[in-house]
Write a protein that binds this ligand. Structure first.
Ligand code: PMP
Ligand code: GLN
Length: 384
């Protein structure tokens, strides 16, 4: 039987860089500092809560928007952090990770010909979701070495077709953060325009050197036009649970849920119950900044004598390293070679740009135990 003809909706999309580098790490028995996930387990308490909820029979569909106790716990947490009350019934939806929340948000609002501004390097799931919905991606280019935003230049990308701006703070892959002054500039640019902000804040608790997370939820103007996405995978070291949530004012959340109910309807019931109980102890997430800052510093010390030079990392569990003293190779070639020859896998950052980048920079994930970071440091210090 001959194959049918069709036109790919995503002709330029291949296997993503996380899968490519993790597979290469496995193939060569390399230490995997590429794809972002911890090499330690979730807390024993969270595991036993998951088991209890399965044993207690919470094994059928959850409510469409999420388990009420979980949404209430989140509303309390956010009210304490961001200073305005968020309705658990109307403004929070529990999702299958932040990825689904992002896809659902984009699908709910982006129509053919709408323009969406991304900040590149951009996390890999934004652009395909825009394009599959017929939208057009416009990338604002962050550049080596400080990757900061010039809001005047950014404003030039906005026009009557702009429907959405996607921001991400703390930012994957650069580790930069937006501050309140950035949010004020953004607010000025979108004032009186029908532009939605999709703010990806999955690393909200992974922020260092006494910096404070600037959430759009704490911004009086932006919160009225923003959908914000979060991930329990980052906050509780459980990327495999694929649970997260979206927060938005009611008029935006109503549209979000119209799509959510038909692409998943609802998400994992017993694990939502487990997290609802686990959230009662704020120490579980308030301790994360100190926990990860120590790892960031440990990796920097382990690489201090190497020719890999760290860039400023204010948040996330990723650290960029400049390898220009070591090689002229492009970042993908260099990342592949050091995986094969030196036994450490990293992520090149050019795939996070629509049109690539010639910066000599790789990303290392430091969500690993110190023994693994020390071994990686030793191996990478051998590159000359
Ligand atoms: N946004 C960013 C910036 C991320 O780094 C990730 C995952 N690492 C996600 C979204 C997706 O989160 P999840 O695994 O909860 O789908
Ligand atoms: N977010 C993780 C990272 O940036 C990877 C997630 C994935 O593999 N899709 O490394």
């Amino acid at each position: 039987m001959s194959e049918i003809n069709f036109q790919s909706k995503l002709p330029m999309v291949g296997t993503n860089i996380f899968t490519i580098m993790s597979s290469l790490a496995q193939e060569h028995g390399a230490i995997n500092l590429s794809q972002g996930f911890p090499n330690y387990d979730i807390s024993e308490k969270l595991k036993s809560l998951a088991q209890q909820n399965i044993q207690s029979g919470f094994n059928q569909y959850a409510p469409m928007a999420g388990v009420p106790a979980l949404r209430e716990a989140l509303a309390n947490k956010m009210t304490n952090s961001y200073g305005h009350s968020i309705s658990p019934e109307k403004e929070i939806t529990i999702t299958a990770g932040a990825t689904q929340a992002i896809y659902t948000a984009i699908s709910a609002f982006i129509k053919p010909e709408d323009e969406v501004i991304l900040i590149e390097p951009a996390y890999d799931c934004y652009s395909p979701a825009v394009r599959i919905n017929g939208g057009r991606v416009l990338g604002y280019q962050l550049t080596f070495p400080d990757y900061s935003i010039d809001w005047k230049a950014f404003g030039k990308l906005i026009n009557s077709k702009t429907r959405m701006i996607i921001i991400n703070t703390p930012h994957n892959p650069t580790g930069t953060i937006l501050r309140e002054s950035d949010l004020n500039e953004l607010a000025k640019l979108v004032e009186n325009k029908d532009i939605i902000i999709l703010s990806d804040e999955v690393y909200e608790h992974l922020i260092y050197d006494e910096e404070k997370h600037a959430s759009v939820l704490a911004h009086p103007l932006l919160k009225k036009r923003s959908l914000v996405t979060f991930s329990f995978g980052k906050t509780f070291h459980g990327t495999g649970w694929k649970l997260g949530y979206a927060v938005a004012p009611e008029y935006l959340m109503n549209e979000f849920r119209k799509v959510h109910q038909f692409n998943v309807f609802c998400v994992n019931h017993p694990l939502q119950k487990a997290i609802a109980t686990f959230l009662a102890d704020p120490e579980e997430y308030n301790s994360l900044a100190g926990f990860y800052q120590k790892k960031r510093d440990f990796l920097q010390t382990a690489l201090a004598s190497s020719k890999l030079k760290p860039l400023l990392c204010s948040g996330t569990y990723f650290q960029l390293y400049d390898y220009s003293e070591l090689s002229d190779e492009d970042d993908f070639t260099f990342a592949q070679r050091i995986t094969k020859e030196f036994g450490v896998a990293s992520i090149p950052i050019s795939p996070f740009y629509t049109h690539g980048s010639d910066a000599k920079v790789i990303r290392l994930c430091f969500a690993k135990t110190e023994d693994v970071l020390a071994q990686a440091g030793e191996k990478l210090s051998k590159i000359v």
